[in-house]
Design a protein around this ligand. Structure first.
Ligand code: HEM
Length: 500
């Protein structure tokens, strides 16, 4: 009897084993069509490839790996797989030709601290779609990239010039005023008003914005993204929360003031447009759905942030490059004097200023402000260049690899305005120039930013010459960036000298 039972058990165990084996074989046959995952360095348990990555200069680290593993490869940040897209052709193919598949945003724990999944930049799904559509349409109504924003920018140029005049002939650290000027442009669109550069609340909002963008790119915040439980122990993480909360309080107050004085017949700004839209939805007994206070607050915060750090830092790079390369500066000034003279530059002038335009484009290319764009994620399973990438995978469109792509640029690592000029000195567009990224998550502020860069840069160069401080040579000026989520010029003193 006992022996009988034993042989029964052996038979059933054998049966289970055979069934499992069959299932396994069936499964692998079924999946034999499945494409391989992208190649990449072998991860170690728990940490993935963290030890092979330099978190202090992640974009460079990924660029180096792309040389070994090709234009589509994967690395593991701890347990999380991240697919990296490198080179102009590959980035474009993914973001433009497969825009939907590659068009989600990865909401890392650090990004969640900033936006809680609301707003424009760090959100997904219908809420993001509606907010993006609304923001683009409203900013366009308020003249983004058109005459109206030109007037706002020109007014702000004059304030910035006055600020710079105070430093005339003296050494100055040019950083803050440039941030205040560009934030005022977006603030005029958001709130219908500009702020004095000395306004302490305004200063605090701008400073916190810059700090937030710096912090999310630091090594310890990348670690927080991988191991969120580390959060309370990381100073940068605590600082991030403090800055985010501080800005929420201040911007909520500005929005509350606008709510108090709202007149649905007169739309003064972006916030008004949002509130009026909500009221229309309520009156027509439609659900307000995405038009709630959180989406308003976070969209405004996103636009203030988006409008500040990127544009101001690009302008600061342009002044640093002009100081470092005085012959290029002189050529820009010669062209400005010849074509515009001393009157105010207008956007209309751009087509007659090919060299200046090329210098601004080259600044954006070499400065490479957002080296990894903002992390994307796949919205569904996707086969790309023969590799299988599953839904929800984090994707890095490595803009560094596009703006410095050796097969696209003649001298990718040096400041060379000829990248944007033909033999006759006419301005030429270059396909691989995508500092605003491409596809469905591309920057919504591009036309405003381009207008700002052109008007601020030309106005400043019309009025001032920039030189290294006494005793410092051009060669000694440091072009190594300060690395955060954006790449910023290292703070260093320059001299500003009035030209006329
Ligand atoms: C030189 C200036 C600027 C540069 C280089 C820049 C670049 C970028 C880049 C690379 C992205 C990420 C795109 C992606 O993930 O694929 C982005 C997104 C974004 N930018 Fe800009 N930007 C600039 C100025 C601005 C300005 C002035 C605004 C506001 C008016 C703005 C608002 C945004 C927003 C809202 C997004 C998120 C779009 C989305 O996720 O749907 N940016 N920008």
């Amino acid at each position: 009897m006992f022996e009988d039972q034993q042989s029964w058990t052996s038979v059933s165990l054998f049966g289970v084993f055979v069934a499992l084996l069959l299932l396994h074989l069936l499964h692998s046959n079924f999946n034999s069509d499945k494409k391989p995952e992208p190649p990449g360095p072998r991860p170690v348990p728990l940490f993935g490839n963290l030890f092979q990555l330099n978190l202090k200069r992640l974009d460079q680290s990924l660029l180096n790996l792309s040389k070994k593993y090709g234009p589509v490869f994967q690395v593991s940040f701890g347990p999380q797989k991240v697919v990296v897209l490198a080179g102009y052709r590959t980035v474009r193919q993914a973001l433009v030709n497969q825009a939907v598949e590659f068009g989600n945003r990865e909401i890392t724990p650090a990004f969640f601290v900033i936006n809680k999944g609301y707003g424009l930049v760090l959100s997904n799904g219908d809420s993001w779609k509606e907010m993006r559509r609304f923001a683009l349409a409203t900013l366009r109504d308020f003249g983004m990239g058109k005459k109206m924003s030109e007037e706002i920018i020109i007014e702000e140029c004059n304030y910035l010039i006055k600020e710079f005049e105070q430093f005339e002939g003296h050494i100055f650290d040019k950083t803050k005023a440039v941030h205040y000027a560009v934030t005022n442009v977006i603030s005029a669109l958001m709130f219908g008003k500009r702020f004095e550069y000395k306004d302490p609340v305004f200063q605090a909002v701008v400073d916190r914005d810059n700090e937030i963008i710096h912090l999310v790119g630091t090594a310890s915040l990348w670690l927080y993204n991988v191991f969120p439980w580390l959060g309370p122990f990381l100073k940068n993480c605590r600082d991030l929360i403090k800055n985010v909360e501080g800005n929420k309080v201040d911007v909520r107050k500005i929005i509350a003031d606008l709510k108090k004085t709202l007149n649905p017949e007169v739309c003064r700004c972006f916030v008004d447009a949002f509130l009026i839209r909500r009221k229309h939805l309520e009156d027509s007994e439609n659900k307000i759905l995405h038009y709630h206070d959180d989406n308003l607050l976070y969209s405004v915060l996103n636009l203030l942030q988006g409008g500040n750090d990127t544009t101001a830092n690009t302008l600061k790079w342009s002044l640093l490059y002009m100081t470092k390369y005085p012959l290029i500066q002189a050529r820009v000034q010669e062209e400005l004097s010849r074509v515009v003279g001393s009157r105010q530059v207008q956007t209309e002038d751009r087509k007659n200023l090919p060299y200046t335009d090329a210098v601004i484009h080259e600044t954006q290319r070499l400065a490479n402000i957002l080296p990894m764009a903002i992390l994307h994620a796949t919205s569904k399973d996707v086969t790309f260049q023969g590799y299988f990438i599953s839904e929800g995978t984090t994707v890095v469109p490595l803009l560094t690899s596009v703006l410095y792509d050796e097969s696209e640029w003649e001298s990718p690592h040096s400041f060379n305005p000829s990248h944007f000029l033909d033999k006759e000195g006419k301005f030429i567009r270059r396909d691989a120039f995508i500092p605003f990224s491409a596809g469905r998550r591309a920057c919504i502020g591009e036309s405003l930013a381009r207008m700002e860069l052109f008007l601020f840069f030309t106005s400043l160069l019309q009025h001032f010459r920039f030189t290294p401080p006494p005793g410092v040579s051009e060669d000694e000026l440091d072009l190594t960036p300060v690395v955060g989520f954006t790449l910023c010029p290292r703070p260093q003193n320059l001299c500003v000298v009035r030209r006329n």
